[in-house]
Design a protein around this ligand. Structure first.
Ligand code: NAD
Ligand code: TYD
Length: 354
């Protein structure tokens, strides 16, 4: 038995692959383009594991994907590969259209062809699981109920629009061709190996470096935070027992304004790695120009996955954020390694007017 995982060197994909091998020796073919966000060092502990086959390549490369499917004959394809950072999508949407829309389309085409060659149990058991985001639903008002799976799609950024398009393609391949798909729409993740361009790892890394902690606008935008390993367990559960053609929202019931998140990070660092001068890291907070079109609030109603599949998060925000801060304190070499020249160029450009 084999899985084809795409984007398995990124933040969530690499956590998924590592967690997979903690519980299984089923082979994983890991197809990742290794963009700036892909990092083979995340997978270093799998060195020598013959069940992990890493292939550097693009989900949009039809010949490559077709040959991987024909050669390895996976029982499932899990699509994590994407351009994933909203701010980057605002500065340059092209790559988002290319990977998230065109790439997903090419992947679907290859998977459809491969699935067409299967017969019997192999065909009926096959699944394509598409990993998506709550951002496709747009922004909620302060008193609106949380997103259910029936919420209309109203994406507001080039990132969320490209993910919405990919979700629609996945849905269409089920309705038109009968491809056995599953889609998960998850809230904001945090945890180990999160690239430090996103809010939580950026704050942890900047705080320790004595740099400013840039809060966009008034810092009262709300996100619903989920520890990455809970997302991975949700994906495993949906893969195992999700109903074909269905979408499942995944969330942690942890709605928090950004400023509260930044305060939590500062307070944990104050406890675990106090500043030499005894002052709180909160002093490094600065308010910077807001993100254009910034979504005000996301919140996930995760009752469907709980009721149908029995999945619930294992971590609270308090336990998950403590583990996360501790992981960054324990892994300074990982941080140094990802802060390449290209990373520094991005930070300089994004926060130029801060
Ligand atoms: P990430 O940016 O950390 O990783 C993406 C990975 O995909 C990288 O390893 C990159 O090299 C690879 N990749 C990019 N383009 C590719 C291509 N054309 N072909 C093959 N590989 C390619 O992203 P992440 O945070 O790990 O997110 C993974 C998935 O989960 C994405 O689809 C994202 O939309 C979704 N998601 C993320 C979050 C979150 O909070 N991070 C929440 C919900 C859903
Ligand atoms: P981010 O981690 O980029 O995730 P997303 O935009 O997909 O939700 O941002 C999370 C929230 O934090 C979002 O409201 C934007 C905000 N934010 C800041 O205030 N400052 C920052 O430097 C970054 C990167 C994000």
């Amino acid at each position: 038995m084999t899985l084809l995982v795409t984007g398995g060197a990124g933040f969530i994909g690499s956590n998924f692959v590592l967690d997979w091998f903690a519980a299984s020796d089923e082979t994983v073919v890991n197809l990742d383009k290794l963009t700036y966000a892909g990092n083979v060092h995340n997978l270093i502990s799998l060195k020598g594991n013959q069940h992990h086959i890493f292939v550097q390549g693009d989900i949009g490369d039809a010949a490559l994907v077709g040959s991987l499917l024909a050669q390895h004959r996976p029982r499932a394809v899990l699509n994590f590969a994407a351009e994933s950072h909203v701010d980057r999508s605002i500065l340059g949407p092209g790559e988002f259209i290319q990977t998230n829309i065109v790439g997903t389309f090419q992947l679907l085409e290859q998977v459809r062809t491969y699935w067409g060659t299967l017969t019997g149990d192999e065909k009926s058991a096959f699944r394509l699981l598409h990993v998506s985001t709550d951002e496709v639903y747009g922004s909620l008002g302060a008193r609106d109920p949380a997103f259910t799976e029936n919420h209309r799609y109203e994406p507001n950024s080039p990132y969320s629009a490209s993910k919405a398009a990919s979700d629609h393609l996945v849905r269409a391949y089920h309705h038109t061709y009968g491809l056995p798909v599953l889609t998960t729409n998850c809230s904001n993740n945090y945890g180990p190996m999160h690239f430090p361009e996103k809010l939580i790892p950026l704050m942890i890394v900047n705080a320790q470096a004595g740099k400013s902690l840039p809060v966009y606008g008034d810092g009262q935008q709300i996100r619903d935070w989920l520890y990455v390993k809970d997302h991975c367990s949700a994906i495993r559960a949906v893969l195992a027992t999700g109903r074909v053609g269905e979408t499942y929202n995944v969330g942690g019931w942890n709605e928090k304004p950004n400023l509260e998140i930044v305060h939590s990070v500062c307070d944990l660092l104050d406890e675990l790695k106090p500043r030499a001068n005894g002052h709180s890291y909160r002093q490094q907070i600065t308010y910077v120009t807001d993100r254009p079109g910034h979504d005000r609030r996301y919140a996930i109603d995760a009752r469907k996955i709980e009721q149908e599949i029995g999945w619930k998060p294992a971590e609270t925000f308090e336990t998950g954020i403590r583990k996360t801060v501790q992981w960054y304190l324990d892994n300074p070499d990982w941080v140094t390694q990802v802060q390449s020249g290209a990373y520094r160029d991005w930070v300089a450009m994004q926060y130029a007017q801060a």
